[in-house]
Design a protein around this ligand. Sequence first.
Ligand code: ZN
Ligand code: ZN
Length: 202
Amino acid sequence: MFDTHELGRRPGALKRLTRSAAAPKDFGIDGVIGVPEGAPVELKIRLESVMEGVLVTGTARATAEGECVRCLEPVRQDVAADFQEMFSYPDADDRGRSKQVEPADDAEDDEDRLYIEDGLFDLEPVLRDAVVLALPMQPVCRETCAGLCSECGIRLDENPDHHHDAVDIRWASLQGLAETIKDGEKDNMGGADDGADEKQEK
Ligand SMILES: [Zn+2]
Ligand SMILES: [Zn+2]
């Protein structure tokens, strides 16, 4: 919650804030990557008083934690999320002319509007949206992460020469077949095998 009382309502009034807040629950992309609950979120905020409310602009910085989508290793990533949001005064009555202006835009985006209540506004939903947008949908531990072996699940980055013998055995038996053919059994092969024979020669 942020207080706008000090700012006052004079349009054009400005106030800058730097604040460290604890991350709320579910501050990120569920099950993918997010800022752990209670972790520090550094906020730089600029409040500007305008006719209909307070324009809030700022940046949130935090460290998100998740899992590499390729190798499942933990990922830590700094995130900087910019945001800007308008918080409106609910009591347009205070200024006679605002009341006449309001019905027009009220009809259009009343549902999306955020309001100042008793001089306070809640930045949390705005921050959450901004942080989610700034986070990767598919976090990786590094861009070149090779992921896991599809057969045994070992990390390929740590085992660059990793391979499975099963593949070698298959290949060896094909080589053995080619050698057998070269050894002179060629003439005994039926027509159907000629194709395979040519492939081996290539
Ligand atoms: Zn990875
Ligand atoms: Zn493997």
